[in-house]
Design a protein around this ligand. Structure first.
Ligand code: GLN
Length: 232
């Protein structure tokens, strides 16, 4: 019997910069937990892909309009997104955290954000969480398309705080970014690889099969340790 060959090159959207999940190394190559895991899974499953780095909200749109075949961008699996996308098995547990300028002790509780400004990244679960806080307190929301601009706004004292995924913020602070967290992170953001609903189901299946293999082989842990050390 003939086996159909899959010669397709899948286009995969990712965030422009979201270390330690996706970021450019000194050679301009995209590396990070998502990027290394995707490469390992593609090799294991024998599929080809090209990356399409773009702002997170642009990625969501590109996926929804079939301009890309998949998206891997530290993307939380949410009920709302599941109405438009099909997700892989979860591969990383995360959650948003509030970040302020290092040394700013004005914000100790979410209620201290009353009368303050909060920087968020458009389309993210963190932005959604900020929206919930803003319905409770008088908070002005400043929207940004990428994480770097959001941090910059807090450092420049234009925004009092930002909301970012905890592992991303922790990594940036460890790299020397002068921000700090006054509160414990929230939980409940499980990252998944996404395809448009009903599309590219074979890609999703290969992702899940490859992910299971990477976990079983210890490659998954090796990749996470590469960026987060063995503290996790
Ligand atoms: N995990 C968050 C989300 O799913 C943020 C992702 C990102 O900024 N790349 O919305």
């Amino acid at each position: 019997e003939e086996v159909e060959e899959n010669n397709q090159t899948y286009l995969i959207a990712t965030d422009v910069t979201f270390a330690p999940f996706e970021f450019q190394n000194a050679y301009g190559e995209y590396v990070g937990i998502d990027m290394d895991l995707l490469a390992a899974i593609a090799e294991d499953q024998g599929f080809e892909y090209e990356l399409r780095p773009m702002n997170f909200s642009a990625g969501l749109q590109a996926l929804e309009t079939n301009q890309v075949d998949g998206m891997m961008a530290g993307m939380g699996i949410t009920p709302e997104r599941e109405e438009s996308f099909d997700f892989s098995d979860p591969y990383f547990e995360s959650g948003p955290v509030l970040a302020v300028r290092a040394g700013n002790d004005e914000i100790q509780e979410y209620s201290d954000l009353d009368g303050k400004t909060l920087a968020v990244k458009v389309g993210t679960t963190g932005a959604e969480f900020a929206g919930e806080l803003a319905s409770e307190y008088d908070i002005e929301i400043n929207q940004f398309e990428d994480s770097a601009s959001m941090y910059e706004d807090v450092l420049a004292n234009h925004s009092d705080a930002a909301i970012e995924d905890y592992p991303v913020m922790a990594y940036a602070i460890q790299q020397g970014l002068e921000l700090d967290f006054p509160l414990e992170p929230e939980s409940g953001d499980s990252y998944g690889f996404a395809v448009n609903q009903g599309e590219n189901q074979e890609l999703l299946e290969m992702f899940n099969a490859g992910l299971a293999n990477m976990i079983a082989d210890g490659i998954y842990d090796e990749i996470v340790e590469r960026y987060l050390g063995d503290s996790t």
